[in-house]
Design a protein around this ligand. Structure first.
Ligand SMILES: [Ca+2]
Length: 403
């Protein structure tokens, strides 16, 4: 229990948000010296950024990265009650396809106030101030506070590497930071499958945004996110990409709702090749519920160790648990690792010792037997399938920790 409490206090400590900078633009300039930069020049008084009083007027900042935005302070004047604020990763429709900051998240309530503080609790690359109506409003200064979202890395693969005259279009070209090198995936001719590209993030992440630079228009590309490698990842949940930004070269996808997983797979449905010059994925890592113990113990010894030092032997109840268990098992120094799944020959069924019913499973059917004094162990390598093993064999094991 001591360890659990210490862990909670560690994640409770908060990194201070920084003030964010970026490139500004606006629909029109009221006058030359009322351009969009006046809202980020560090001065909270006139001259201010101001558009002409036209319908659909907007001011926007491109933060040039994806940020969790905790607060935005507007130093302003004008008809602020007619203004909406949008945050997200799309520039489409001048940013108004992004999520709108609810009025209840801003205070004081819009009136003739000069300083308005919003706590949007949204993430994105663009912050847009927008008015549908013909009104006058000025932004003397806009201060945005947030923290940058982590750009994720991982191990890439693709259906078949296309052979070019002078090089090979490896899958890793899509994550090398160079927009001039591209990954070209060809359809797998043997299986006649659609061309695909995949990244293994080597952890389970909540994915907030995917940005793609490609020469293709990507309208037939599907994005799958989750924890399974089956069917090249297409057994996973599909990201309902609600935006493909037509403006500029980067195509920005937001999954709505956002998805979590270890694998991100892009599949082209109607083309024979898929060209990806850069793929940037943003998200935050989930905590592993398991810990590999590199001691060799029989099943009961492993159980006692976990119960004494941590919580219990690991229970795998869904594909996310399986993904974490696979990541831990890779470092084992025995060919199998014990799990908390045991066979009771008195009652004749399998049960998780943390008192869960066995539903999700990854049994190797050829190696599933049922007998007294047997338990379940996961392969260290290959497909990390589950085998029945006699309790007296000695393996490393996975403990459930306090998350
Ligand atoms: Ca590249």
């Amino acid at each position: 229990m001591f360890w659990c409490l210490m862990f909670i206090s560690l994640i409770g400590s908060h990194v201070a948000d920084e003030i964010l900078n970026g490139k500004t633009s606006q629909s029109t300039d009221f006058k030359d010296n009322r351009n969009s930069d006046k809202a980020v020049d560090g001065k909270k008084k006139s001259p201010c950024a101001r558009t002409k009083a036209l319908e659909n007027s907007w001011w926007r900042i491109d933060l040039e990265g994806v940020y969790n935005i905790s607060s935005v302070i507007f130093y302003t004047w004008g008809q602020w009650d007619k203004v909406q604020i949008y945050i997200g990763n799309s520039r489409e429709n001048n940013g108004t396809n992004n999520l709108m900051v609810q009025a209840s998240r801003c205070s004081p309530k819009p009136a003739n106030t000069k300083v308005i503080t919003c706590k949007p609790n949204l993430s994105g690359r663009y912050v847009t101030v927008f008015s549908r109506e013909k009104i006058t409003f000025s932004l003397c200064e806009v201060e945005i506070y947030g923290s940058k979202k982590e750009k994720l890395s991982g191990i890439t693969s693709q259906s078949t590497d296309k052979q070019l005259s002078d090089s090979t279009s490896y899958s890793a070209n899509a994550v090398d930071g160079d927009v001039n090198t591209c990954a070209d995936a060809m359809a797998d001719t043997e299986h006649h499958e659609n061309p695909w590209w995949r990244i293994d993030l080597e952890g389970v992440y909540d994915i907030s945004a995917i940005e793609i630079q490609s020469e293709d228009d990507l309208h037939d590309v599907e994005i799958y996110i989750r924890n399974s490698r089956e069917n090249n990842g297409t057994k996973n949940s599909m990201c309902t990409a609600n935006k493909i930004d037509k403006e500029g070269f980067w195509k920005i996808f937001d999954c709505n709702p956002s998805l979590a997983g270890r694998y991100v797979t892009l599949v082209s449905r109607n083309s024979t090749s898929l060209t990806l010059c850069e793929v940037e994925i943003y998200g935050s890592k989930r905590e592993s519920p398991f810990l590999l113990i590199k001691k060799k113990k029989n099943w009961e010894g492993a159980l006692n160790y976990c119960r004494e030092k941590h919580m219990d032997l690991a229970s795998i109840l869904n594909d996310e648990d399986q993904a974490w268990a696979e990541l831990e098992a890779r470092d084992a120094n025995t060919p199998f690792v014990w799990l908390g799944l045991r066979y009771t020959c008195t009652l004749g069924f399998w049960f998780w010792i943390e008192d869960h019913v066995l539903k999700f499973n990854r049994w190797d059917v050829k190696n599933k037997t049922e007998g007294c004094d047997t338990s379940c162990a996961m392969q260290r390598t290959e497909d990390h399938l589950w085998y029945t093993k006699p309790d007296n064999q000695k393996f490393n094991f996975l403990c459930a920790t306090c998350t």
